[in-house]
Design a protein around this ligand. Structure first.
Ligand code: GLY
Length: 249
């Protein structure tokens, strides 16, 4: 497995915010936490690629939004926030040797954080970042079934629901319509931890933010192996653990 990551931008304090109030972000602390995340990816067997950050792109560490990597191709997105559109160029270049690229084009917008790939199906959150034009493009570009999912109050689909095992999804039902996920086992976040639905599944292990101990206990009670990382500094910029890597199998 390859994990493509990107450095924290020195301008992270100016990151886009949709549902959070702006608070100061400690750049050095954010970098240290991001290095711990990269180290855990490496410990879990990933070859970690580090792309350079850019002061022009405050959100560039959230590399997940720039591409959707499938087994046969990489969809290069057109992010919904205009300030993020230029992030895709460096990522497209890095992915080119790994997967043939296809591109989402205007007027469609799509953030990778809105995309949850479950086996052969692609679920797409209807967020402020991802518009209707994108659904048809994604179907045509990938040849896969693309299923829209309603969101309420979450930045991205994967803020509200992510996969944590072969058959289980971790979910905050206050933020997402779970009807499209019939057939999956749903594990609810602890009500005190609404941001706890974001997890990276890597083999039999889940990478998870340290800040959600109650939900972590629920995962472990299901027999799921959980490895935590500190991620609260980048959480102030509205980013979670999935946001910080693109996994290429
Ligand atoms: N700050 C993360 C985003 O808005 O995309």
């Amino acid at each position: 497995m390859i994990a493509v990551t990107r450095d924290v931008s020195p301008s992270i304090a100016r990151a886009e915010l949709t549902h959070l109030e702006r608070v100061p972000i400690d750049y050095e602390r954010a970098r240290e936490q991001h290095e711990e995340y990269r180290a855990l990816l490496a410990q879990l067997g990933c070859e970690v690629i580090d792309l350079p950050g850019a002061a022009a792109y405050p959100d560039c560490v959230f590399i997940e939004d720039t591409a959707i990597v499938l087994d046969d191709l990489a969809v290069i997105t057109r992010p919904g926030a205009a300030s993020r559109r230029g992030e895709v160029d460096v990522v497209a270049e890095a992915l080119a040797p790994l997967r043939p690229p296809v591109h989402i084009t205007a007027p469609a917008t799509l953030d990778g954080g809105d995309v949850l790939v479950l086996d052969d199906r692609i679920y797409v959150g209807r967020s402020e970042r991802t518009n209707e034009e994108e659904l048809a493009q994604l179907r045509q570009l990938t040849g896969r079934e693309v299923i829209p999912v309603d969101l309420h109050g979450a930045l991205h689909l994967k803020t509200a629901i992510t996969r944590v095992s072969h058959d289980t999804l971790l979910v905050n039902r206050d933020w997402v319509d779970v009807a499209p996920f019939a057939g999956w086992t749903l594990l609810d976040v602890d009500p005190a931890e609404p941001f706890g639905a974001n997890a990276v599944v890597l083999g039999g292990t889940v990478i998870y933010a340290f800040s959600y101990p109650r939900t972590r206990a629920k995962l472990e009670a299901r027999g799921i192996d959980v490895r935590t990382v500190p991620a609260d500094e980048l959480a102030k910029a509205e980013g979670g653990v999935t946001c910080c890597s693109l996994l290429v199998r």
